[in-house]
Ligand binder design. Structure first.
Ligand code: NAD
Length: 248
């Protein structure tokens, strides 16, 4: 309905800022958390397993976490038409920043430059030592799990290794959140794509962008708490609709 209008906002924009959530990756085969097929919708217990307190306290939780990391859908996932549309937006020189809650790095794989991607929840493609802060590629740690180490410790200090993601109960990185909010403040068009906008503080980026005068566009299959605030809302499939909205 508003497709042409949104296209003209993007054509006229100098700084488009995008916020993505798990919904942009479902068409690449990675389930979201809160959608109808979401990991937590189907199994509310799964939320506990991504809680940092259980992870640090219980070796059995860590062993279960390593097993599920071996099978993470991200390892076989490829960027879809939605990711590619955002890479094309950057090619056009329109993309100021791409804030993502996703941990799958599909935006970078689609061709968005890492400097423009602000990963507020980290990445599953790296591990971090919870004791010394060492980081290393996830695949190397998974090789150790495949070779029989059920809960591989840090090779430098013996500490507990975890994916370099922000788990429940863990602090966000204040500098990363501040960078995301600065980007939102600079936006003239702000697109929220595939996010239920229920996770704060990052959902607040919509309010920050709106207060700074940006047009707000929401593309999400289900309603969000910000639909009333938005200038345009599309409850449609991202892979189908985003390329149309961002067409040059
Ligand atoms: P969410 O699960 O809360 O919401 C996703 C939203 O996307 C839902 O409202 C759903 O209706 C919508 N959606 C799903 N597929 C869609 C499609 N094809 N087209 C249009 N809309 C679609 O996700 P969130 O807001 O990102 O919060 C979940 C948290 O889980 C994030 O913090 C993120 O770190 C993490 N997470 C990441 C991944 C990933 O990296 N791919 C996957 C699952 C969860």
């Amino acid at each position: 309905m508003h497709t042409d209008e949104v296209r003209s906002w993007v054509d006229q924009a100098e700084r488009v800022v995008v916020l993505t959530g798990a919904g942009i990756s479902t068409e690449s085969g990675i389930p979201d958390f809160r959608g109808p097929q979401g990991v937590w919708t189907k199994n509310p217990q799964a939320e506990k397993l991504s809680n940092i307190h259980y992870y640090m306290a219980d070796a059995d939780v860590r062993k279960a976490a390593w097993k599920s990391r071996l099978e993470h859908p991200a390892w076989n996932a490829k960027p879809n038409a939605g990711h590619l549309a955002l890479a094309a937006l950057e090619q056009r020189g329109k993309l100021h920043a791409l804030i993502t809650q996703n941990i799958d790095e599909l935006h970078q794989m689609a061709g968005n430059s890492p400097e423009r991607v602000i990963e507020v929840h980290g990445t599953v493609r790296k591990v971090i030592c919870m004791a010394c802060g060492m980081t290393a590629p996830m695949q190397k740690a998974l090789d150790r799990v495949r070779a029989g180490e059920e809960d591989p410790p840090c090779r430098d200090c013996g500490g507990i290794l975890k994916s370099a993601t922000i788990s429940f109960g863990q602090q966000l990185v204040p500098e990363v959140i501040a960078r995301a909010m600065r980007a939102a403040m600079a936006a003239d068009v702000f697109l929220a794509i595939g996010t239920s906008l229920q996770v704060y503080p990052i959902a607040g980026a919509v309010e920050v962008a709106k207060a700074a005068g940006a047009r707000i566009v929401i593309l999400n299959a289900e309603p969000t708490p910000f639909d009333e605030t938005a200038d345009a809302v599309f409850r449609e499939s991202i892979g189908t609709t985003l390329p149309v909205l961002l067409q040059n």
